[in-house]
Every structure is written in C-alpha cells, then in structure tokens.
Design a binder for this molecule. Structure first.
Ligand code: ADP
Length: 249
C-alpha cells in the first residue's frame, strides 16, 4: 500500500498547546523521491508539523513513520532524527556572517555528526569535492571566497541550502525559502529545488503561490491542523474550501 512504501507517513498526529489543537489528527504520505509543497493560512499548523517531523515537538497522539515504516520519528530526539538524514531549513537564513562561503560549508560538513565544528581540522579530499559539488548546485562557486555577510538575502538562503546539502540528507524540509526574495531569485529557487529533488525528497512550506506553481509538484493545503485539500496546484486552487480559508475570492 502507499503507506508501507512511504518515505514519510504522518498517521493521526495531534498536538495541543494549552488545550488549543495546533494539529488535529493530521495524516498524509510523502513518497520516496517526491517533492511536496505545503500551503495553508497562518495558524494552520505548518510549523508545528515541521517541528513534529524533526523531533522538536513530540505529538500527543499519532506516529511519524520514516523510510517505509522502519523508524517512528515520534519516539526519537532531534539529533537522532537529523542523523537519519532529515535536514531542515528555517525561514530566516542562519549562515556564519563573518566566515567565507567556503568556510560556512566546511563548518556544515564538520558538524555532520553533531560535533562542535572547528575550522582548524583539515578537510579530506572527499569533503573538498563535496563542497565543490554543492557550490555548483546552488551556483555560488564564483563567491566561495566572499564573506557570507556580504551576500544578498537570496544568496544567503542558497548558501544555507548548500550547507544542508553538504550533509547529504535524504529528506530536506524547507520553510518559506522565497520570503523576501526578488522575483528572479524566487524563480531561481524553484529551479534549484527541482534540481535538488532529482536526488532527494523535499517538503517545502510556502505562501508564494507563483513559486508553488513554478515548482509544479503535488500540493497539500493544511487548515486547523489537518489536511483540507491535496492534489495539483490547479486542483487545490480550484477547491472552494481552499479559496474560502486561504486564497480569498
Ligand atoms: P503555521 O505555521 O501554519 O502558521 P503554526 O504551526 O505556527 O501554524 O501554529 C498553529 C497554531 O498553534 C497557531 O494558532 C499557533 O498560535 C499555535 N501554537 C504554535 N506553537 C505554539 C506554542 N509553542 N505554544 C502555544 N501555541 C502555539
């Protein structure tokens, strides 16, 4: 069945904060190799969902099965989940502003197993090759010796995505990557995520519908902590309830 072949299977997840249900029996499936866009109004539970997947928040009820049911993430802590190959990009860029692009990637690589990173360790040839590869992917090769603080907002977001890629996750969770980006950067980010999705599964939370359309992937719309609608962007944006609670008329 689709649930046993799933890369990620959220099964009846509920989370309450002081009696308020942020997630209400949320269930959905991400297939191996898939990229999924998650949309929904403020307060729908998108951030809480990401927090549950990464182990930052433990669900009150439900299971989070990863890799064909091999692991139940709801029983693991954040470090264990990261080690299984789940990388998360928060909305705001958090690069080391005083370090160069290349050194940011060195630090990301060395932090792979949760060890406190230092630039004094010499990189292996494999690590150097990996840095070249991810710089190529995010198209920041020409800026590798620039201090990260001097990059544009969009370039910092791409650098942080590269830092996650350096750790070679199986599943990349990306929270509102194009907020604050120019239109050109937004479209380049869609292209970048599609390229990343050739080898990795991706879940991206986003409000920018032009960007979601550009991704061209299956969309899940959350509302009041559960799935309101799921399907292509055309199907979801034609759904009356989605229009009512999210898109507006
Ligand atoms: P979204 O990311 O879709 O905007 P969230 O997951 O951030 O939604 O929030 C879902 C609901 O849960 C919101 O009403 C929010 O106020 C509430 N909530 C989220 N985190 C907490 C928390 N730590 N304590 C209390 N309420 C919270």
């Amino acid at each position: 069945s689709e649930t046993t072949s799933a890369l990620l299977y959220l099964n009846g997840i509920s989370v309450s904060f002081d009696g308020f249900r942020a997630l209400n029996e949320l269930s959905f499936v991400i297939e191996p190799g898939e990229m999924r866009a998650i949309i929904g109004p403020n307060g729908a539970g998108k951030t809480t969902m990401m927090d549950v997947i990464t182990g930052k928040t433990r669900p009150d009820t439900g299971d989070v099965f990863f890799e064909q049911g091999k692991y139940d993430l709801s029983t693991l802590d954040e470090t264990e989940i990261a080690t299984l190959g789940i990388g998360r990009k928060f909305q705001k860029p958090t690069v080391f502003e005083m370090h160069t692009v290349e050194d940011n990637l060195q630090l990301a690589l060395k932090n792979d197993r949760g060890v406190k990173a230092t630039l004094f360790w010499k990189s292996s040839p494999e690590q150097e090759a990996r840095i070249d590869e991810v710089l190529e992917t995010v198209r920041l090769k020409a800026l590798r010796h620039r201090v990260a603080g001097s990059l544009s907002h969009g370039q910092k977001q791409w650098l942080e995505i590269a830092m996650l890629l350096a750790q070679d996750p199986k599943l990349l969770l990306v929270d509102e990557p194009v907020a604050g980006m120019t239109d050109v950067e937004t479209m380049q980010t869609a292209e970048l995520l599609r390229e990343i999705n050739r080898t990795k599964s991706v879940v991206v939370v986003e409000h920018d519908m032009a960007f979601v359309r550009e991704l061209g992937v299956k969309v899940t719309c959350l509302h009041e902590g559960s799935v309101l609608a799921e399907g292509s962007i055309d199907q979801v944006s034609a759904n009356d309830r989605v229009v009512e609670v999210y898109l507006g008329r």
